[in-house]
Design a protein around this ligand. Structure first.
Ligand SMILES: Cc1cc2nc3c(=O)[nH]c(=O)nc-3n(C[C@H](O)[C@H](O)[C@H](O)COP(=O)(O)OP(=O)(O)OC[C@H]3O[C@@H](n4cnc5c(N)ncnc54)[C@H](O)[C@@H]3O)c2cc1C
Length: 320
């Protein structure tokens, strides 16, 4: 069996960045992703003539590390400044999932591999997926939301530090409902297609992807707040409630199709004050991802940049 230096569980942004950086230093690295595509919460729905982001819509930049990377992405034409003159909001030129796919090109990666256990063999780990495939690695990085890491650890044979388990348990996540509405004609909207002010309570953001510049069809994402999503958890007619909440902005007489996306772990209500977490005594297994923030992070929020920096920092740590 091939033995990897590092297996990274999860091909969201943090996993992709960690894999990129480790590969650049000639580590034998492997990404295992349970979904059929990379990106995780950088997610885009495709339509016959259009597309719509339904995870992260844009990202902001505060750190030098991300800023340097963004200059490269701008030069390659992968991202553009969407809005915000003084404080730019960047987005992918053709959908956030497509952007993550570009980032992951040439990375050793298996899709549709749901890792279900990790067993410690002393000198290395054996990781198994739901289909019975087994992978051997000296180190492991878990990049999924903390509750998913905890359930994987509970199904594994590992010596995890109590304090690390406690730190993971602190990271509780909030859900988010996102409605995708397709219209047969342009709708009145701000020029840039983004609205997050003066909305009815419960509505976080509305985005028109035609005006955002990534769709030839009019497809609108409606993001509900975490509180609203918790309070309406499991209700039957979420889309109908969303239509009622947004009827003064969107003309539902022109509605062609609608779809509901539910993020169980959209963002963490709490964050960890370090960009990654060592889980064992010997520093062979780690947790990373957007909830792990640098100590000097001023925002205290899980976001694209915190995922990027977490992947960046865990890779630097292992290389050092
Ligand atoms: C609705 C929504 C809106 C958002 N809006 C914004 C925004 O506008 N701006 C912004 O900056 N941020 C936004 N974010 C946050 C941003 O998307 C995330 O912070 C970032 O994408 C998280 O990346 P990650 O790599 O940490 O985690 P994820 O993207 O969650 O990646 C983890 C990956 O692990 C995989 N995985 C889980 N379990 C297993 C397993 N057992 N085996 C294998 N793979 C597994 C998952 O499938 C997933 O692909 C938003 C998020 C959501 C949900």
């Amino acid at each position: 069996m091939h033995r990897y230096d590092v297996v990274i569980i999860g091909a969201g942004l943090s996993g992709i960045i960690a894999a990129q950086k480790l590969k650049q230093s000639n580590y034998r690295v492997l990404l295992l992703e349970k979904g059929p595509r990379v990106g995780g919460r950088l997610a885009t729905k495709k339509y016959s003539k259009g597309k719509a982001d339904y995870g992260a819509q844009f990202f902001t930049v505060r750190s030098d590390e991300l800023n340097q990377e963004v200059q490269g992405w701008l030069a390659k034409g992968w991202v553009k400044q969407w809005f915000g003159e003084n404080y730019p909001r960047y987005t992918s030129i053709d959908g956030m999932q497509e952007f993550s796919r570009r980032l992951a090109v040439n990375l050793p990666l298996f899709l549709s591999r749901n890792v279900s256990y990790i067993n410690d063999q002393g000198s290395h780990f054996l990781l198994g997926d739901e289909e019975g495939k087994v992978y051997e690695s000296e180190r492991v990085i878990c990049t999924m939301p903390a509750p998913q890491t905890l359930s994987l650890l509970a199904n594994s044979s590992l010596c995890i530090e109590q304090s690390a388990q406690g730190a993971l348990r602190m990271l509780t996540y909030e859900p988010t409902y996102v409605g995708l509405f397709q219209f047969d004609r342009p709708i009145v909207f701000p020029k840039n297609g983004h609205m997050n002010k003066k909305l009815l309570s419960g509505v976080e953001r509305i985005v028109d992807h035609q005006k955002k510049g990534i769709s030839s069809e009019v497809i609108v994402s409606v993001y509900m707040t975490a509180d609203w999503s918790v309070n309406h958890d499991g209700e039957k007619d979420i889309l109908e409630l969303m239509r009622e909440k947004t009827a003064s902005y969107l003309d539902f007489h022109a509605l062609v199709s609608q779809q509901l996306e539910t993020w169980r772990y959209a963002q963490s209500a709490d964050t960890h004050p370090h960009p990654f977490l060592q889980l064992d005594k010997e520093a062979r297994i780690f947790a990373a991802g957007d909830a792990f923030l640098r100590a000097d992070d001023q925002t205290g929020r899980t976001r694209f940049e915190s995922a990027f920096l977490s992947g960046y920092d865990i890779a630097s740590h292992l290389r050092n």
